[in-house]
Design a protein around this ligand. Sequence first.
Ligand code: GDP
Length: 477
Amino acid sequence: ESIALGELAKRMGIKATEVVAKLLRAGMMVTVNQTLDIEDAILVAAEFGFEIDRVGFEEEDLLERVVDQPDDLRPRPPVVTIMGHVDHGKTSLLDRIRKSNVVDGEAGGITQHVGAYDVRLPEGGRVVFVDTPGHEAFTQMRARGAQVTDVVVLVVAADDGVMQQTIEAINHSKAAGVPIVVAVNKIDKPGADIERVRRELADRGLVSEEWGGDTIFAYVSAKTGEGVDNLLELLGLQTEILELKANPGKSALGRIIEARLDKGRGAVATVLVQEGTLKNGDNFVCGVHAGKVRAMFDDLGRRVDEAGPSIPVEVQGFTGVPEAGDEFAVVESDKSAKRIAEHRQMKKRESELASIRKLSLENILDQLKEGAVQELALVVKADVQGSVEALVESLGKLGNDQVRVHVIHSATGAITETDVMLASASNAIIIGFNVRPQGKVAEMAEAEHVEIRNYDVIYQMVDDINKALTGMLAPEF
Ligand code: GDP
């Protein structure tokens, strides 16, 4: 391990000649073109108040990110998350889809809980369902940098229509740029009113194809099973439009869907493979843990030897329990895996000490100048609907050539944990109007470094944002 003096100087942002001069004065005989071994480099860097992070230089080399060529890409199944308002039938629909997919005799496997189901479509093809319905988990993953969902199935009960969490689900999906397929559920119920659901969703920008829009609607009953095959078929169609592809011919890269400590088997986790193919015996690094694939199981509890893109597998062989959303990457050797994991553990301790810089009204101008942000994303919560509308309207008039003001979610009611996760995932600021964060929400916002600004006068909020965008905002104490 060594580094050229010139390179070291460059990384410290100091002229090479200055480095040489200082070292000469300190009695070290060096030249600009000299290569320093790592021990010397550490000493030299220390002279300038820098610390060399040895493993840091290696991590990217060890991870060997392959750039895919178009020829390497193959179609892959879509990964779907079911969202919708509570009690509208998300769990029932998922159960129904799963049961219809389990052939008799495999029923023993149905108790298996791996966090994602690999469903085979009647006319061929597959769809993978993530088994944590709801936008909270979806956005929490996103806040951790993990986007696993290709398509959202939005469940709306035909007897209840669009409700608060339906709207949240729509906004969270849109913020993530994930297309929505609507499943109007409970069509077996006497009070079912499909027209009403179509109308209410059209008001939210989801216009059904029957009405000349481009949102796919399916009409189902999770209870009787009616329409479920059609929903799967439509998902197949939606997938063809998306042309999802990945390279199966390389080392696997994926994300943790869920993980737990099993009494007999140690740390086990469900990995959703996103690129490449995961094989038994592969060495990997995942979050701050290293490991080796000792055994893999599919969603029906059957042992498998490998898993390609979009396929969820339960993996044994972790040295510790990873977190949902962690990246899972296969590396060449167990030595590399351990080095990266150790390095990340160190980094994690460091970043727990230093606070991470998220967007705030005070630093937005700096972040704009650095090109770190192009828009000011906002989550708006207010006590009454009239205020929400007034706020959104005033905000719509703000912004300038450099920055766009974008309200990604607005609703009445207190600021919730879900709002904080959405803001965190989208690098947004929360505006509260006559509402305050509930219970633990303020703590969570602090942990996530999400700024919450509270107002009770609209023009004051407008004023603050204008000032922030022009660099005039005084710090808030
Ligand atoms: P979730 O909260 O969205 O996961 O909703 P659940 O799947 O738990 O369903 C809530 C309730 O609605 C349960 O009592 C289900 O039995 C019922 N339910 C779900 N789907 C249907 C359906 O298609 N028809 C009828 N009649 N009831 C349903």
